[in-house]
Design a binder for this molecule. Structure first.
Ligand code: NAD
Length: 286
């Protein structure tokens, strides 16, 4: 498949990331089908998409919300992925759920040259590839939040991914979506999170020990190190459940204390204080 031939993209999961991936693909003129688990979560995905596109339209970055939405179908049946040439999985960061999904996608997606990609932040791509009959067609295509805004994508080939699949994905990301691709080996955290998560966890430990307030920790990094936002605000943006899951995968892979999730993070996740998406994390949101 050349990039001229790639027109049909599937996105599994229409949450924070899946909706963003669907949006950038539709804005590139691709035909996009998003699969969600229920009518309610499909409606939430449509709402997320129209709100984000509304913001883009207000800044004249898209012609109209409706024009982009015409390229996107949100459904609840995974068999809608059958005719897709590229499927990007963006469901919850749960290894068992993703393994099961890749097994099903392998049965459902009919084109033997179709690429099966995961937006996972930390689950080894190899674990997803080996449950399919086409591990050479499976790779990580890891976007950053918010997807319509951040230009970076990490491409993560496993040991079994074909070189031409990585190159096709690079063309998709750079030429079709206008983003920048970097390539990481299939190691937990890839490049960016392996560096970023220990930094965020250190800020949580600093808060937990009473060393400083959340406001001062974040202000310190914004005003003193020119970060666009502080580490705790960043954790709120990523989602505290996702932050914890990524930290656990990093710890599992490397067994380094700097990747160990602090108790405060676990308690906040148990309390449903998940950051921006739940309205409250280290900071509160409207
Ligand atoms: N949040 C981030 O900053 C970020 C950044 C990069 C990558 N990721 C990764 O992207 C993935 C999704 O994260 P998110 O933040 O969008 O999570 P999210 O909780 O916002 O969205 C997940 C969505 O997947 C849906 N879902 C769950 N199981 C499904 C299934 N079997 N079929 C179809 N839909 C299903 C849920 O209903 C939900 O809407 C994770 O693997 C995460 O690690 C997250």
């Amino acid at each position: 498949m050349t990039h001229d031939e790639l027109t049909r993209v599937g996105v599994v999961g229409g949450g924070l990331m899946g909706a963003g991936v669907a949006e950038v693909c539709a804005r590139a003129g691709l035909d996009v089908v998003v699969v969600e688990t229920s009518a309610d979560s499909a409606a939430a995905a449509v709402d997320r998409l129209t709100k984000s596109l509304g913001r883009a339209a207000a800044k004249a970055r898209v012609e109209s919300v409706d024009a982009v939405m015409q390229h996107i179908d949100v459904v609840t049946d995974l068999t809608a992925m059958a005719d897709r040439q590229l499927v990007i999985e963006a469901i919850v960061e749960d290894e068992r759920a993703k393994v099961e999904l890749f097994r099903r996608l392998d049965e459902i997606v009919t084109d033997p040259t179709a690429l099966l990609a995961s937006n996972t932040s930390s689950i080894p791509i190899m674990k997803l590839g080996v449950v399919t009959s086409r591990p050479h067609q499976v790779l990580g295509i890891h976007f950053f939040n918010p997807v319509p805004v951040l230009p970076l994508v990490e491409l993560v080939p496993s040991l079994l991914t074909a070189d031409e699949v990585t190159e096709q994905s690079r063309t998709f990301v750079q030429e079709m979506l206008g983003k920048h691709a970097i390539v990481s080996q299939d190691r937990a955290g890839f490049i960016v999170n392996a560096l970023l998560i220990p930094f965020v966890l250190s800020a949580i430990r600093m808060l937990e020990s009473g060393f400083a307030t959340a406001e001062d920790i974040d202000r310190g990094l914004v005003l003193g190190a020119a970060h666009p936002q502080g580490p705790l605000a960043l954790a709120d943006l990523i989602g505290l459940d996702t932050t914890k899951a990524v930290a656990e995968s990093l710890y599992e892979e490397f067994k380094e204390p700097l990747y160990a999730s602090p108790p405060l993070l676990a308690r906040m996740v148990d309390a449903g204080l998940l950051g921006r998406k739940s309205g409250r994390g280290f900071h509160t949101y409207d």
